[in-house]
Design a binder for this molecule. Structure first.
Ligand code: FES
Length: 117
């Protein structure tokens, strides 16, 4: 959502990122996949995949605090809704990119398009 990404494009593969146990409740764990930096967040009973860098000043969101369905950037306090990527508190105003997640046999799979050219 932070960029024009068509995650429904047929070329966007479902990538097996990790086991469910590697992203415990309340954690935000960074991964690299298909040329992108992603963040898997286990919040509010679900796993969400978003871009790993804050849209304000590109601070890494890995390890950030999760509050309900929001992630809080540790650098200046921006917040993002993990369900939509929407920036819900300043200083960020642009949304985070979001990616579809599916869990199969205890594995977390994310549909990750190639990086923009
Ligand atoms: S870098 Fe995240 S709020 Fe400034």
């Amino acid at each position: 959502m932070g960029e024009d990404v068509d995650t429904t494009a047929p070329e966007a593969p479902w990538l097996d990122l990790c086991g469910q146990d590697e992203v415990p409740e309340g954690s935000a764990v960074g991964f690299a996949a298909n040329g992108r930096e992603l963040l898997l967040c286990n919040a509010d009973g679900e796993v969400w995949a978003v871009a790993e860098r804050c849209t304000h000043a590109a601070w890494s969101l890995a390890g950030s605090e999760l509050v309900g369905c929001e992630i809080v950037c540790a650098l200046h306090g921006a917040r993002f809704d993990l369900r939509t990527g929407e920036a819900t508190a300043r200083p960020a105003s642009k949304p985070l990119a979001t990616y579809p997640v599916r869990i199969e046999n205890g594995r977390i799979r994310v549909r990750v398009p190639p990086p923009p050219r």
